[in-house]
Write a protein that binds this ligand. Sequence first.
Ligand SMILES: Nc1ncnc2c1ncn2[C@@H]1O[C@H](COP(=O)(O)OP(=O)(O)O)[C@@H](O)[C@H]1O
Ligand SMILES: O=P(O)(O)O[C@H]1O[C@H](CO)[C@@H](O[C@H]2O[C@H](CO)[C@@H](O)[C@H](O)[C@H]2O)[C@H](O)[C@H]1O
Length: 453
Amino acid sequence: MQKTASPRPTRTVEADPMASLAGLLREWLPRQRWFAGKDRPVTDLSLLSMTELFPGCLHLLVHAGHSAVPAPGGTPPAGDCYQLLIGVRQHLSPRLGRALIGRAEEGPLAGLTVFDALQDPRSAQLLLERLRHPGPSGPLRFEADPSVTVPAGLVPRVLDAEQSNSSLVYGDAFILKLFRRIQPGVNPDLEVPGALAEQGCRRVPAPVAWFRTTHPREATLGVLQPFLRDASDGWTLALDALASGGDFTAEARQLGRATAEVHLALASAFPSRGLGENGRTAAAMTERLENAAHFVPALQPYVPGLRTAFGALAACDPGPPAQRIHGDLHLGQVLRAGREWFVIDFEGEPSRPLAERRAVHSPVRDIAGMLRSFDYAARQRRPWRPEWARRCREAYCAGYADRAGWDPRKKHGLLRAYETDRAVYEVLYEARHRPDWLPVPMAAIERLAVRGA
Ligand SMILES: Nc1ncnc2c1ncn2[C@@H]1O[C@H](COP(=O)(O)OP(=O)(O)O)[C@@H](O)[C@H]1O
Ligand SMILES: O=P(O)(O)O[C@H]1O[C@H](CO)[C@@H](O[C@H]2O[C@H](CO)[C@@H](O)[C@H](O)[C@H]2O)[C@H](O)[C@H]1O
């Protein structure tokens, strides 16, 4: 184990470092995987909050504005708030080269080297120390579950994953997720696992420590939870099965059961609402489709057909009651450790407003997310393996029905509408983040719009 120092007292720094940082961050931010505004130029950067977490490490909330370009639907995009941990030093050791943001030329940090402090093991250790000692740091509040002991000196490493946020793994015992794009309010990725733990649900790792800000608005900033050692995510396992010709139906069936168990625990932990309202659901789906088609013109030829398909929802059985759900369920959000499936990342679809992500929705939405994921996996192989995805769908729905007491396959109209809605979200997501992947959800759109299945 490495030695760790106790964190020193923190203070809120008065001088505005943006005079030094704005130019560097304007270059650096759009290159980060978690930066959501890659498709629009950053027109302005402003500081919302700054706390010196420990000497040489600034905790910043910055606003990245994109005011020049209209958003889909004609609303001008106001921009986003991002959380940054910025290290400032005279010189950066060459082994931290990939953390480099640049050298400040002007302002209060002129002449100093600026870097991403999360990549620096010393800063990562001090951050854990801060979480181990709950209390305030300027506007920040560090809090912990008093029943869990987090040992000192755990060796940190940055998780090397395709992520929407940034995570640090400590001694293969805990994982800290730092939310990057910050929205005011409680993040469901803290709220939901905490509430599920109180229900005794063991399918979701429970938060052990977290931190939040009170300025400029209350918001969750990070969550520490147990790290599931030797776990493999569902996406990797599915691709391995596809590559080796192995069967994935037993896994898919257990995954269906695990999903149903999490849904049942969510329904106990949070208030549910009566039966789903298909009319409102259809209107919301249509609006999302039209907004997405504004941004991705390839969707436009399918809009009339899909609008009609969503409209047909009104005649469908409303399905199970609306309740809190995962909100962005796919094979990358489930981990297999030992013989069990665990569900992680309850943030919901990152581009939706927090209030919408914390609202109740039909559990069919999560089921549709996972079914879309089987299709994504099957399309990673040439030739495409539709029968593999179809078998996984059947098994997953059967497993879900075993535990939930109702069978998603009997809600055909609803399931089809939610799969379409999810594919529309994916088109927008891929256009923004991974244009090479766009054909995967576009193929589903074509299938659902033209053939309806
Ligand atoms: N409790 C955990 N135990 C083991 N690995 C985890 C755990 N939580 C997350 N991970 C790993 O971290 C990755 C990213 O986590 P996730 O919560 O999905 O982040 P993001 O919201 O940034 O995409 C996951 O795909 C998984 O590999
Ligand atoms: O970063 P998150 O895990 O919160 O989710 C976002 O990124 C996902 C990709 O990393 C994206 O998922 C899409 O691609 C997956 C394969 O990489 C596939 O299994 C999913 O079915 C598909 O939706 C997800 O949509 C996005 O919110």
